[in-house]
Design a binder for this molecule. Structure first.
Ligand SMILES: [Zn+2]
Length: 362
């Protein structure tokens, strides 16, 4: 009692008010600054750049800038938009060495030359319209994907979605194919391995079309597991056969799961809960890359698998839970196809909401 009284007397009468302020204020100021400087805890990054709109594919072509226009407008109108760490492709990254990890130099040069020479929209093969900006846009799309990998590896976010175009999973080492120019997912996987020293990366491709380019790049590689669900038989053809399981050292590290038209959500959810879960637990990837197409959506004019928008949230939740089992949340999701308004707006949003949701309730 005595001690308390003496202390309170000292504090209130003996110590001049200004000195008291000098002692106590810095503490409060520091506390406030520490709170102000505390970075917001973002779970999910959205990597995007308006340059992706500049890849002109001509009127009426399904893979168009309108896709990203619709997506960004839709996202802005929803609360999840406020919770995302917005990022632009990091110009400090030089994507070229990483593009050349997966593509032949002659093809890269040829694409650059063809785009520079293009007057308006012309074609590089049947399914690949190009225009003067296409090469630069495709290079920037790769940079965006590598930016997403960096953000996740640096722990700035748990996961990231790169809203890029052109898509990448049909691109072959030596040629453009199926709306794709550079293998965004494949390049991101190799970058995660060589730049960030990860040993095992898994690519899950849920685009309605088989990711034949990605498969081709890792067919003999046991360090990148390629898992694809896709409508079959369908474009691009026989590459999506379940008999293709990898070659040489890569045998057993490629898994194709064909789906029949009209199977809906249940068919793919069952695959994710069984076949994919088994492969994932066995491989134990240190990073998961999603080749996230939205053309299996029920509204898509090209695909026929009939998935709902909510299906994309459920698939995402399964993948997040599997990553957490491995003790991490490292997911880098890259936009591939998706040609309906609902697929590219609702479907993408449900995917992003599920990436961003608190871990307990994906
Ligand atoms: Zn597709």
């Amino acid at each position: 009692m005595m001690k308390t009284n003496r202390h309170s007397r000292l504090a209130s009468h003996r110590i001049p008010a200004l000195l008291l302020a000098a002692i106590t204020l810095p503490f409060f100021t520091m506390t406030m600054h520490a709170e102000e400087k505390q970075p917001a805890a973002f779970r999910t990054a959205l990597v995007y750049d308006d340059i992706f709109l500049k890849h002109d594919t001509g009127p009426g072509f399904p893979e168009s800038a309108d896709r990203l226009h619709m997506m960004t407008k839709h996202l802005k109108a929803h609360p999840v938009s406020e919770k995302l760490l917005r990022m632009e492709p990091d110009d400090k990254i030089d994507p070229m060495p990483w593009i050349l990890e997966m593509h032949e130099e002659e093809y890269v040069k040829e694409l650059k030359r063809a785009c520079e020479a293009a007057e308006g929209v012309t074609r590089l093969g049947a399914d690949n319209p190009i225009s003067p900006h296409t090469y630069d846009v495709a290079v920037k799309a790769v940079t965006a994907c590598l930016t997403a990998v960096d953000a996740v590896m640096a722990g700035r976010v748990n996961n990231a979605f790169a809203a890029v175009r052109p898509p990448g999973h049909h691109a072959m080492p030596d040629r453009a194919k199926g709306f794709c120019f550079f293998g965004n997912a494949a390049i991101a996987a190799r970058y995660a391995q060589k730049h960030h020293k990860l040993e095992r990366v898994m690519i899950v491709d849920w685009d309605v079309h088989h990711g034949d380019g990605t498969q081709e790049m890792f067919l003999k590689d046991p360090t990148v597991f390629f898992f694809s669900t896709h409508q079959y038989p369908f474009y691009p053809g026989l590459s999506g056969s379940p008999d293709i399981i990898g070659e040489g050292a890569g045998k057993g590290f490629n898994q194709n799961v064909p789906l029949s038209p009209g199977g809906g959500d249940e068919a793919v959810l069952k695959v994710f809960r069984t076949t994919l879960t088994e492969a994932f637990r066995k491989f134990k990837p240190q990073m998961l890359i999603i080749s996230a197409g939205f053309d299996a959506h029920e509204a898509d004019p090209l695909g026929g698998l009939g998935w709902s928008s909510d299906c994309y949230a459920e698939l995402t939740g399964i993948l997040r839970a599997l990553c957490r089992e491995q003790g991490h949340e490292r997911i880098v999701s890259l936009l591939e196809g998706g040609y309906s308004e609902r697929g590219i707006t609702e479907g993408v949003r449900r995917h992003i909401e599920a990436l961003e949701a608190p871990a307990e309730k994906p």
